[in-house]
Design a protein around this ligand. Structure first.
Ligand code: SAH
Length: 269
């Protein structure tokens, strides 16, 4: 009885605002960690909570393993249970972290991500795309599907195009609600992202992002209508603008960006 009491005391009470849904299934935890590729040089875990994933990484790869956790109570728990982490356990906000201080190349990001900030985590990765070769992450199932979606699919959108421009996205497996405490309202999925070979999109990358966002923000409209503000009279009748954004592959969005920017620069001359 006494030992049970002290065990309960040493557990972290889940906080909703921090997206805390602790994984309680050891097999799934192990399976997530097993997705990491052998060639990664540094691993950064986002939000370790009570360390269910941490426990499988902490021994093997300590010298190149870091944990960033925002919750003070979780950090205290991790300090007690994984003392060897030492200064590799960082109390802080992953979204504000400068990842370059943890490694120079071939970094992997892993975590059972807080779902309220999953897309921000993914965009933080994109910001460090020259450093981060791999992401192994648990996200909402619906978000995993959006990330992995190909053109022609209903779930294909901004996230799919912007991520697939730089990463190959692989939907690994679905995870049910009941393996979390507390159970989330939605199903989850583990994705693995691997950096592709692209170092340069071959177009104005800022304009590419603008075009993708503007087109999908009015996804039912033809590109002629949604992108009208960017189109010069010279190209507006081009057939590609009869299409809708979900019909365009990443490569076609790049071509479209070049078509629009070359017409715009001719217009300026
Ligand atoms: N990995 C643990 C916990 C997952 S819950 C498990 O699988 O059980 C998500 C974790 O992310 C929580 O511990 C939460 O405190 C942490 N977290 C939330 N926002 C964060 C942020 N901005 N930066 C770092 N960690 C964050």
């Amino acid at each position: 009885m006494k030992s049970e009491d002290s065990r309960q005391k040493s557990e972290v009470r889940p906080k909703k605002a921090l997206g805390q849904h602790f994984l309680i299934d050891q097999n799934i935890a192990r399976k997530i960690v097993e997705q990491l590729s052998p060639d990664v040089e540094t691993v950064v875990e986002v939000g370790a909570g009570m360390g269910v994933l941490t426990q499988y990484m902490v021994q093997d790869i300590l010298d190149k393993f870091y944990v960033i956790e925002i919750d003070h109570e979780s950090v205290d728990y991790l300090k007690v249970h994984y003392p060897t982490l030492g200064d590799h356990l960082i109390e802080g906000d992953f979204l504000k972290a400068d990842l370059n201080q943890y490694g120079q190349k071939n970094m992997a990001i892993i975590g059972n991500f807080p779902y309220n900030i999953s897309s921000q985590i993914i965009f933080q990765v994109l910001k460090h795309k020259d450093l981060v070769v791999e992401v192994v992450g648990m996200v909402q199932k619906e978000m995993a599907e959006r990330m992995a979606a190909k053109e022609g699919s209903k779930t294909y959108g901004i996230l799919s195009v912007l991520m697939q421009a730089w990463y190959d996205i692989d939907y690994r497996f679905t995870v049910n609600e009941n393996v979390f405490n507390p159970p989330p309202k939605v199903k989850s999925a583990v994705i693995k992202m691997r950096r592709n070979a692209v170092t340069d999109l071959g177009c104005d990358e800022k304009l590419f992002v603008t075009i993708v966002k503007q087109a999908f923000n009015q996804r039912r409209k033809t590109l002629r209508n949604s992108l009208r503000s960017l189109l010069s009279p010279e190209i507006i009748e081009n057939e590609v603008f009869n299409k809708r954004p979900e019909q365009l592959s990443v490569k076609e969005f790049i071509d479209l960006t070049n078509l629009i920017s070359s017409a715009a620069s001719r217009g300026e001359q």
